[in-house]
Write a protein that binds this ligand. Structure first.
Ligand code: ADP
Ligand code: MG
Length: 631
């Protein structure tokens, strides 16, 4: 099944028809743009020869400055110089509270759920800031290539949720840039190495940047990439390696932490970073450091000591790898290739231990800073129709399960996490009450059994379907996740065709660390959740039984029930009501329900007979026999 067709079959491109399309790595610290020219994929430099564009935007009263020129001012004009805007994409006011202290800018108090940053040029959303970076890269491409772009493939982290992906698309729209596709960063890296035309197999993409670590497990079959699993650690990156060196220096020098002021700490961190990067080339570095008031420290750091310092950090990343392999249900031995992404994979020790872990020499021949942009460009070229055999399919996975709320506040998962996208799945639901003509649909995301432990994405109502007895209506709820990871939900009552739908664009997003927390919680609470789920289900069942009984008694209780029988039924009912409200164990509710069923068995049987007689009046028995057998 061709899920995503990138080029029309038989379509070829003559040189003058070559359409200009670029790949953009829209990064937290740096962004890049790349394109395919005369069959070669390369990143495009600015007029000064820089390939990297710092993802920094500075607003002045009459101008917007992006990149290195903005970076110069990040220290003396922090309020108008926006850095790391990627972390704000798709985030709501609430999310900012958790990021708050790390951000130097002022946010405007507004009713809008989209936060705005206060600058001298007015209030700016994250999308607007990000759009400035995209505009700059678009301009760079058009200047270099001498023509207008037809569009771009923009990469996003594999863990980006709907809101973050949508925000990225909105930013592109503001930059007047057509998005051919959002592509997951690891998938782009695998494409850069041409693994899409390589031997079929499973690929690991190991991305160690400055502050974060991401691991993705991809499978390639018949030219189709499928992301089997993603994982990582949002608080592990090159900075931690700098820290490890800095701490070692402090221990070696014997200086007390309290004697260090903030500027000497910053200097120390810078020295540590320089030393770390040098050790990727040479065996030993000299450290010449000013510590506090006129204190100097000189020392040598060799590779052996460095390795001892950083091994625990690398091993931590390998634990995430182990988890991702488990999620993907893949053995280490089954990994065919390991792709290295991110500046920190230049560290020799990282390459060595990653190689040992995956039992494979990792791929490092493409600059780890550019590899994502290069893969995105390759993909953009195919999407623009420049590649006649570009029938490459790219599939990504959902980071968290998607589902809806059912009776009792339970979640019913419709698409499970790590399902490759695009995907569409449907499930049938029914009404709970007689005569019900509306149903509210609550879309949630997460792994836990209870809705309150998951994240609410959207709520909408399906209204105006014909009233029927409880359980008769068939409501089909369909979930569709498109290639960009955006979710569309449709609910349709099948007999009447009444339909309602919602496109989920939640106003705030989840960070990867939150996703990780949600996953960890779901594992930790799995047993407890299962118990709670059973209890909730039993409670819903109890409600149904009580409601049906009450309706029956109201209907014919007076004529059909003797006082004694009625009393024992009501007693059993009271026990059930109590158990339903107070029991913490589903068994107690179940027992109470069985007692009530026993107490009311005769009454129920009499009612059934009566109703069968009424409905059969005037008909022959044979007329019913065929219908009976269907039941
Ligand atoms: P991010 O994706 O988080 O923006 P990058 O992929 O650009 O980060 O990686 C930045 C990190 O890579 C920094 O911690 C930097 O010190 C580290 N790095 C860059 N070059 C080297 C090198 N030669 N050796 C070791 N680490 C390096
Ligand atoms: Mg990166």
């Amino acid at each position: 099944m061709a899920l995503l067709q990138i080029a029309e079959p038989g379509q070829s491109t003559r040189p003058h028809e070559h359409k200009l399309a670029v790949g953009i790595d829209l990064g937290t610290t740096n962004s890049l743009v790349a394109t395919v020219r005369s069959g070669v994929t390369e990143t495009l430099p600015d007029e000064d020869g820089n390939h990297l564009l710092p993802s920094i935007v500075r607003y002045t009263e009459d101008d917007v400055v992006v990149g290195f020129k903005a970076k110069v001012n990040s220290v003396d004009d922090p309020q108008n110089t926006i850095v790391s805007v990627k972390r704000l994409m798709g985030r709501g006011i609430e999310d900012l509270k958790t990021l708050g202290e790390q951000l130097p800018y002022q946010f405007v108090d507004s009713d809008s759920s989209v936060p705005k940053i206060k600058t001298v040029a007015g209030n700016k959303t994250a999308m607007e800031v990000s759009a400035e970076i995209l505009k700059k890269l678009k301009q760079r491409s058009e200047n270099t290539l001498g023509d207008e772009l037809v569009g771009a493939v923009i990469t996003v982290p594999a863990y980006f949720d709907d809101a973050q992906r949508q925000a990225t698309k909105d930013a592109a729209k503001l930059a007047n840039l057509k998005v051919l596709r959002l592509l997951n960063e690891p998938t782009a890296a695998a494409v850069a190495y041409g693994l899409d035309s390589a031997q079929e197999g499973v690929i690991a993409v190991y991305d160690l940047g400055g502050g974060t670590f991401d691991i993705s497990i991809l499978r390639l079959t018949k030219g189709v990439f499928e992301v089997l699993a993603t994982g990582g650690d949002s608080a592990l990156g090159g900075d931690d390696f700098d820290h490890a060196i800095a701490e070692w220096v402090i221990t070696q020098s014997g200086i007390k932490n309290s004697e260090l002021n903030s500027s000497s700490i910053r200097l120390l961190m810078q020295e540590a970073c320089t030393a770390k990067e040098a050790l990727s080339e040479i065996d030993e570095v000299e450290l010449n450091i000013e510590l506090g008031d006129n204190q100097k420290w000189f020392g040598l750091l060799n590779r052996e000591t460095f390795n001892e310092l950083v091994d625990p950090l690398i091993k931590k990343s390998l634990m995430s790898c182990r988890r991702a392999l488990r999620d993907a249900k893949i053995d280490r031995e089954d990994i065919h290739d390991v792709v290295m992404v991110g500046g920190s994979t230049r560290m020799l020790r990282v390459r060595e231990l990653v190689g040992d872990f995956f039992l494979h020499e990792p791929l490092v021949s493409i600059d780890p800073d550019r590899v994502v942009a290069i893969g995105a460009a390759t993909q953009a070229n195919a999407l623009a129709g420049n590649n006649p055999d570009g029938d490459m399919l790219l599939l990504d996975v959902l980071p968290l399960s998607l589902g809806i709320e059912t009776m009792g506040g339970l979640t019913e998962k419709i698409i499970h996490r790590n399902t490759p996208i695009p995907v569409s799945r449907a499930q049938d639901f029914t009404t709970y009450k007689d005569g019900q003509t509306a149903m509210s649909i609550h879309v949630v995301q997460g792994e836990r059994e209870l809705v309150t432990d998951c994240r609410s994405l959207a709520k909408f109502e399906l209204r105006g379907f014909p009233p029927q007895v409880a359980g008769a209506a068939r409501i089909r709820v369909s979930f569709q996740v498109d290639a960009d990871g955006l979710l569309h939900v449709t609910a349709r009552e099948e007999t009447s065709g009444v339909e309602a739908h919602v496109e989920v664009k939640p106003s705030y997003g989840l960070s990867d660390s939150e996703i990780e927390t949600m996953l960890r919680d779901s594992m930790e609470h799995a047993v407890e959740d299962k118990g709670l789920r059973n209890l909730r289900e039993m409670q819903v069942e109890a409600d149904r039984v009580i409601e049906a009984l009450d309706a029956a008694i109201a209907d014919d209780g007076d004529s059909m029930l003797e006082a004694d029988e009625k009393n024992s039924i009501l007693e059993a009912r009271a026990v059930l009501v109590d158990a339903r409200a107070n029991a913490t164990d589903e068994q107690l509710v179940k027992q109470a329900m069985e007692s009530l069923e026993k107490a009311s068995a005769n009454y129920v049987a009499r009612r059934m007979n009566a109703s069968v007689q009424t409905s059969m009046a005037g008909h022959k028995v044979e007329e019913f026999s065929s219908e009976e057998s269907e039941k």
